[in-house]
Design a protein around this ligand. Structure first.
Ligand code: B12
Length: 337
């Protein structure tokens, strides 16, 4: 029976082997010889592990590294509290104080804590169910879950604490070949549509300095900057979103026509950060030199979190923070009201 987000059987043996650093044959042997793992099976007979299984496996691995035999470790496992098991998690999955993020990604365990404390239907459960609905191509369920999340939590929490970790998880499953491109397209399209309708439901701000948001040339990862746009608009800022893959020539025309105060670009991959540097930055610098001297160029996105050396390319310009929440605080510093 599924009792919490720890108990969703979604991870294949390959994914578990990768995450825990244990070979697949070893996992199968532990299952066969010791009464410690009982993964569920899909209709076609493939094993599906839960997060709780993964925590147990990592705990066992640590005991073996300390010199214990697997039979001793598996006997000891049965006496361990859940807290001890969670303590053995690698940094990426480690429990952090509630709501704090690890590496731009909310710790799933912080939310699991919330479930255990009987708060409202927790973020962790919503995350796991939304993930499952995407993996099942269940559009209706996905839509219901996002609508429910919007009803329970702030748009900021829905975007950063639910949609973002689910998409990152899908990205990881996709990288591990555990899911297909179609699943990723399905999930990102639903999220994008929902975010756009959240944007549409906001009143149009007509006053104040104009902000432009965009993805640079050949950048199609748009959800992060849509979220940034949403947060800025919710904060009462006048923002026009120019969309994906904005070429430098078009940008120049838009800058001349719209005369914004701030232009904000997002790059999810190193390649697109390099394109920002080669094409967008010189265009903006030229426009600044010629007719908009006050124009501020800001940048952000996953590329700069994963590859911090990229910042050196943008010296003299404004890094807009590791996530969309930070951009709201930064805009108030740059453009006080
Ligand atoms: C959805 C998705 C796609 C979709 C995007 C759809 C869309 N309309 O946006 C599509 C199908 C287009 C796509 C394509 C590709 N993708 Co892709 N994709 C993803 C996925 C699964 C989710 C991205 C996402 O929306 N995340 C959720 C958002 C909310 O997070 P975020 O973007 O990081 O944004 C947050 C912060 O970074 C920050 N932020 C972002 N931008 C900005 C800007 C500012 C100014 C500020 C302040 C903050 C900020 O705030 C956001 C909210 O907190 C990621 C997995 C992942 N780890 O993210 C892979 C991922 C990014 N993709 C990847 C790859 C490799 C590709 C492709 C090259 C695949 C291919 N072979 O074709 C292409 C490249 C396309 C291109 N030229 O851009 C890799 C990138 C690896 C790397 N470092 O280079 C990832 C990490 C998957 C993986 N694990 O390998 N992808």
């Amino acid at each position: 029976m599924i009792e919490s987000a720890l108990d969703f059987p979604v991870y294949s043996i390959k994914a578990v082997a990768h995450m825990a650093g244990i070979t697949e044959p070893t996992l199968r042997a532990w299952e066969k010889r010791y009464n410690i793992l009982a993964p569920q099976r899909t209709e076609s007979g493939h094993r599906r592990y839960t997060k709780r299984d993964i925590y147990r496996i990592i705990w066992l691995k640590h005991r073996l590294e300390e010199g214990m035999s697997i039979s001793q470790a598996s006997t000891l496992l049965l006496t361990q509290s859940e807290t001890n098991l969670l303590d053995s998690l690698p940094l990426e999955l480690k429990t952090t104080p509630k709501g704090r993020k690890t590496n731009g990604r909310r710790s799933p365990n912080a939310a699991i804590e919330a479930t255990q404390n009987n708060e409202v239907r927790s973020l962790a459960v919503l995350i796991q169910e939304l993930l499952k609905s995407f993996l099942d191509f269940d559009e209706l369920r996905a839509d219901q879950l996002i609508a429910e999340a919007i009803g329970l939590y702030s748009p900021e929490a829905v975007c950063i604490d639910i949609i973002q970790p689910v998409l990152i998880e899908i990205g990881q499953l996709w990288m591990l070949n555990e899911t297909t491109v179609a699943t990723e397209h399905f999930a990102s399209n639903i999220c994008r549509t929902r975010l756009n309708s959240m944007l549409d439901s906001l009143p149009i701000v007509k006053d104040g300095p104009l902000l432009l948001t965009a993805c640079g040339p050949y950048e199609f990862h748009e959800i992060g900057i849509i979220i940034t746009t949403l947060f800025l608009r919710r904060h009462g800022r006048r923002v026009i979103h120019l969309g994906q893959n904005v070429p430098a020539v078009d940008l120049e025309k838009d800058l001349r026509r719209l005369k914004p105060t701030l232009v904000i670009f997002s790059a999810a991959r190193t390649e697109s950060a390099l394109m920002l540097n080669q094409e967008i930055k010189p265009t903006i610098e030229q426009v600044r030199a010629n007719f908009l001297p006050e124009l501020i160029f800001a940048y952000g996105g996953r590329a700069f979190i994963e590859e911090p050396t990229l910042h050196t390319l943008f010296a003299g310009h404004t890094y807009f923070g590791d996530d969309a929440r930070q951009s709201v605080a930064l805009v108030d510093q740059l453009l006080p009201r």
